[in-house]
Design a protein around this ligand. Structure first.
Ligand code: PLP
Length: 429
């Protein structure tokens, strides 16, 4: 299984692979992986790491059930474009997703990534308002939100790293966090947050926003956990103004927060729901845009084709759908949604005492998204680097370090992740 010539593999990578979202000074070939199993990956030198860096490993590496489903689907029907016809895996997966949503959210448009899902959500929003004859163009989102790499999705964000310099592509009011990320999870953040959104919505009925677009936990924007009640208040505001609630659950959907969807913690059903990363457990790319019936049905009056003008040749790829069905089977059979809740609590209890030590200023979380915030970006980078040497992979958005293991991690692996992180923090400080 090991790579025969690690040196050559690294040289080849340095010469030919352009790594996304990476400074050219960073050598990504330093972490050149060979294989994985469960929560562990091995690099080409045979060094093993616990992987808590992944955004999409629902049921870990090398699950035989998912592998078998992928192989079977490749043999049976490896591709067909959903704009021309259909295939059984698409129907089975859409039905499976609908079973976890209210009956009015029964229609799903498949995509290949989170960015595509959010791009589709923005386009669907604009078309919906034109379909119903009351065009609205204004969006409201978090300045620290991240919704993808495409032009529309990055224009929903105010993060400097996604500023494209093309000017305003969408008309977006971007809300700054009213308190520091450390204080956003507490109840004291709710009122100022709601006031900020109410102000952005305004009092002018003729100028109410088309949609508000938010992540339930801000991921790339620094692992920001929002106060309990926020989504419920946002739902109330949307109900009053007719504004669509678009939830970007690209990172949070399919169990990671301890519910199938993060909005289910608050019973605040969105009008458009986008999920992606964990859907097929990272085995293959896929995303899902589920919409309220009235939005779907408005497209009968869409003036160009009488339907949604969005899709890619590989949208709803049958092999990706089969991988997603097999992943959801594991999620259900092994009760991984509840397990994410209990493992997350365990990890938070273990890491909580780090706050105030080794340049750690805060530890917070929702389910199996545990955020360790450092005093500076450099301190966070040093921690991630040290953890890698100690056999633990972590991710660093800004000053935050996010710990997001597979939902199938064992109790011992969670304990080992906490130990390695604590040791690394002490060594890096
Ligand atoms: N939305 C959120 C909340 C994300 O975290 C991401 C990716 O990190 C995206 C959208 C974009 O997804 P993708 O990288 O699959 O295009």
């Amino acid at each position: 299984n090991h790579t025969r010539d690690a040196g050559h593999a690294r040289t080849r990578d340095r010469q030919h692979v352009w790594h996304p979202w990476s400074p050219l000074s960073a050598d990504r070939s330093e972490l050149l992986l060979s294989h994985g199993a469960g929560s562990v990956v091995w690099d080409v030198d045979g060094k093993d790491y616990l992987d808590a860096s992944s955004l999409n490993t629902t049921c870990g590496y090398a699950r035989p059930e998912v592998e078998a489903a992928i192989t079977a689907q490749v043999r049976q029907l490896h591709q067909f474009d959903l704009s021309l016809g259909s295939h059984e895996p698409a129907g089975l997966l859409a039905e499976r997703l609908a079973a976890h949503l209210p009956p009015d959210m029964a229609k799903t448009l498949f995509v290949n990534s989170g960015s595509e899902g959010m791009e589709a959500a923005a386009l669907i929003t604009a078309d919906y308002w034109s379909n119903v004859g009351k065009p609205r163009h204004r969006f409201v989102s978090f300045a620290r939100g991240y919704h993808g790499s495409t032009l529309l999705t990055r224009s929903l964000s105010g993060l400097p790293r996604v500023d494209h310099g093309f000017g305003a592509v969408l008309d977006v009011i971007k809300i700054d966090l009213p308190l520091s990320p450390i204080r956003m999870a507490g109840p004291e953040a709710l009122d100022p947050l709601v006031v900020a959104f109410e102000r952005a919505f305004g009092d002018d009925e003729d100028d109410w926003p088309a949609a508000v677009v938010v992540e339930p936990v801000l991921n790339v924007g620094g692992g920001v956990v929002l106060p309990e009640g926020f989504l419920r208040e946002l739902r109330r505001l949307c109900d009053r103004t007719g504004t669509l609630l678009v939830l970007d659950e690209v990172f949070t959907a399919y169990g990671r927060t301890g519910r199938m969807y993060a909005f289910q913690h608050e019973d605040a059903t969105p009008d458009i729901l986008v999920g992606s990363k964990a859907l097929a457990g990272g085995y293959l790319p896929i995303g899902a845009v589920s919409v309220h019936r009235r939005i779907h049905d408005s497209f009968r009056d869409e003036p160009n084709i009488g339907g949604v003008r969005y899709g890619h040749t590989t949208s709803g790829h049958p092999v990706s759908c089969a991988a997603a069905l097999a992943t959801l089977d594991v999620v259900e059979k092994e009760n991984l949604v509840a397990r994410a809740g209990s493992l997350g609590k365990d990890l938070l209890d273990r890491l909580g005492p780090l706050a105030g030590r080794h340049e750690v200023v805060d530890v917070r979380g929702r389910g199996l998204i545990v955020v360790v915030e450092l005093s500076t970006w450099d301190a966070a980078a040093r921690l991630v680097e040290r953890a890698k040497e100690n056999g633990l992979l972590l991710r660093q958005p800004g000053e935050a370090v996010i710990v997001s293991p597979p939902l199938t991690a064992s109790d011992d692996e969670i304990a080992a992740m906490a130990d390695r992180l604590e040791r690394s923090a002490a060594e890096a400080a």
